[in-house]
Design a protein around this ligand. Sequence first.
Ligand code: SF4
Length: 328
Amino acid sequence: MSMGILEKALTKGLSGEGLGPDDALTLVSLPDEEIFTILAITEVVRRTLKGNEVNLCAIVNAKSGLCKEDCSFCSQSVKYSTGINEYAMRPPEEIVSAAKEAAGFGAREFSIVTSGTRVEKEKDVEALIDALASMKDGVAMERCASLGILKRETLKRLKDAGLESFHHNLETGRSFFPNVCTTHAYDDDVEAVRAAKELGFHVCSGGIFGLGEAWEDRIELASTLRELDVDSVPVNFLNPRPGTPLENAKNLAPIECLKIIALLRLMLPKKDIVVCGGRQVNLRDLQPLIFAAGANGMMVGNYLTTPGRDPKDDLQMLTDLGLKPRGL
Ligand code: SF4
């Protein structure tokens, strides 16, 4: 029986069609001892459809904390006392200088990230437009932003200013979402993703794992991302933050993290799968296996409120694996 699902995973992965929800659940229900058989499949699928290049992206936290939403994993919510550094929108020069620094350590995609439901103050939108204009002239990187549930009109203005990719995570599956956030509806997030797709952005949308969700919830998230036809799927693993409702949550086991990446590669074979926050603490020494599991991208440098590892170590890891950062 297990050979049946493994053969199907390989065939449907390589054809680009991908596994449906029932087959995906059968695959992830295989015992942990099968992990290397699963990785053998996802490695072939990734290499065949995505080649040996790895997309490296980096972010700047351009506006930190003071968010009115209550996402249970997030240290930037005003509802939790987390002691993070809070600040209003950083000036365009600081955003551009962070982009240049990220270009220097190998990132080729750069995302301007802001806390809050959405960016709406005119002076903040203007700061972003200025930063995008300077990046267009002076930094050879794909310009991405994660600015919440934006009004279409604001999205259009940013696109005109040179924004190429738009990021907005759905975080988890629809059924589990009320356990994660109660201050806005799942459909608000879905609508934000849909609007960005309709306006022609490269859309990056994924989630965070390790919130207490079941495999069915992860599969539900992957199915929604398939329906929305997002281009790139960021994968975050919870790094519990002191002061948040999830501060005592247990880290995921490394093999579970690999299975999550494999699930996404096999349900969304043609898409970019990018491993982001929480990879060090959850995967520990198994980090290099994310590529065999199907990832073809990785965030480098610092995360929003936690430090990342030295980008030199990440670049060395790629060289050691025979992989190549895109554009370097
Ligand atoms: S994840 Fe975003 S929307 Fe949710 S609390 Fe954090 S900053 Fe606010």
